[in-house]
Ligand binder design. Structure first.
Ligand SMILES: Cc1cc2nc3c(=O)[nH]c(=O)nc-3n(C[C@H](O)[C@H](O)[C@H](O)COP(=O)(O)OP(=O)(O)OC[C@H]3O[C@@H](n4cnc5c(N)ncnc54)[C@H](O)[C@@H]3O)c2cc1C
Length: 375
């Protein structure tokens, strides 16, 4: 458990000035953008209300290939070559063509930040006034501003849509001590009408939670019940809203990435690798601007095109998210059993990984060009 290191009281001295790139939010998306700007010579400042890696924002499950692509294996806690899915009618074990891993949030964010040459400051972002970002410590000006602040999309224009009206799921988990060999999922209306429960072991800790695609359905009681059913203590709660629909990637001169742009995948609520993936794409476009190879308008347009090229994946996953709660449990169990054939499950999981594939990390060309060329 990371020690609270966020500056408080008199340590929160005034913060003013201007930088070349201002990245608001120091989690997966914001740090991925900053990483791509390393060595560009730009003055990059990353802001967060908390210290880097201080507050975990997820169960921290990710395809292992993403950890190795980014050189972040040190944060890995436990790895799984199978996924176990429970329904009221059957439990199905899928062999995975690639493994999933759980990781330590603090360790991963610290190692990712170590790959950047950006400065970091604690500040709570309040709003934007033209090209000034207003924080609790003062105003900061930058020609290139990134909102990587998560689902609240604090720097968006107009009235921000708030839950439960917004296209948001809700997720809550507990982190008791414990161990287990399997990464497990429960699709069971006994826990949640539309959504799923999970247990992700992380070497000495279990991350047990419930997510609901229906934002009005509460998940605290089912989360505690799932933990009790697994003989685990419901302690160390952490939860948040999770977007399940894409939102404009650029608005009024600001770029949005990660949850603030709705980059979390519907159905699975996997948002870490999309945040890293789109963060890398945005970071490369901004790098072209600070190196004088592109203009801000062109970079934003290209990033917008990259985001739009993924729309159909997100739309399809949202359709399946909407369909699964309507299936009778017997139909769901039958469908899962049919998918158990190794050729079918390999095909499905390989396609799923393709949506935000880690090969982007090694791509030398602009990701936009690469994707458009491949299309
Ligand atoms: C319970 C739960 C479990 C999940 N488990 C997984 C999982 O196992 N795997 C997976 O892939 N996805 C998971 N997700 C989804 C995943 O957490 C998100 O999609 C992912 O964190 C998005 O990354 P991000 O960088 O865009 O935003 P975030 O990780 O939400 O980061 C936003 C950052 O902005 C900072 N911030 C916010 N507001 C302000 C402000 N006003 N001023 C300054 N700083 C601010 C925050 O402190 C934070 O550091 C889970 C979500 C939940 C709720």
């Amino acid at each position: 458990m990371p020690v609270r290191a966020t500056k408080r009281g008199t340590a929160r001295t005034p913060l003013h000035g201007d930088v070349d790139v201002l990245i608001c939010g120091a989690s997966f998306a914001g740090l991925a953008v900053a990483r791509e700007l390393r060595g560009s010579g730009a003055r990059v400042l990353v802001l967060d209300r908390y210290d880097i890696g201080e507050r975990a924002t997820s169960a921290c499950g990710i395809p292992t290939v993403w950890l190795s692509a980014l050189g972040l294996q040190r944060a890995q806690r436990q790895s799984f070559s199978e996924l176990v899915v429970h329904t009221p009618d059957a439990s199905v074990r899928f062999g995975l063509p690639w493994s999933f891993s759980t990781f330590d949030y603090h360790g991963l964010c610290a190692d990712l930040f170590a790959q950047c040459d950006a400065a970091f400051e604690h500040a709570t972002v309040r709003r934007r006034e033209q090209d000034v970002v207003v924080t609790d410590r003062g105003g900061l000006r930058a020609p290139l501003i990134v909102d990587a602040l998560g689902w609240r999309r604090t720097l968006g224009t107009g009235e921000n849509v708030q839950p439960p009206e917004a296209f948001l799921s809700r997720g809550l988990e507990v982190h008791p001590g414990g161990s287990g060999p399997d990464m497990e999922i429960w699709i069971d209306r006994g826990y949640v009408r539309a959504g799923y429960g999970w247990s992700f072991p992380a070497a000495g800790e279990l991350r047990i939670g419930v997510g609901s695609f229906a934002p009005r359905d509460h998940v605290r009681e089912p989360t505690a019940r799932l933990a009790a059913d697994l003989d685990a203590e419901a302690i160390r709660y952490q939860g948040n809203w999770i977007p399940h629909k894409l939102r404009p990637p650029v608005e009024d001169g600001i770029a949005f990435v990660g949850d603030s742009a709705g980059h979390c995948l519907p159905l699975t609520a996997e948002g870490i690798r999309p945040a890293l993936y789109f963060g890398i794409a945005l970071g490369r476009e901004l790098r072209a601007v600070v190196e004088g190879r592109s203009t801000k308008a062109a970079a934003h347009a290209r990033y917008g095109g990259f985001h739009a090229a993924h729309l159909w994946h997100f739309t399809w996953m949202l359709r399946v998210q909407n369909l699964i709660p309507r299936l009778p449990p017997s139909g769901l169990a039958g469908g899962l059993r049919a998918m158990r054939a190794r050729t079918v499950s390999d095909w499905a999981f390989e396609h799923y990984l393709e949506i935000c594939h880690p090969r982007i990390v090694g791509e030398a060309r602009s990701p936009t060009t690469a994707r458009l060329a491949a299309a």
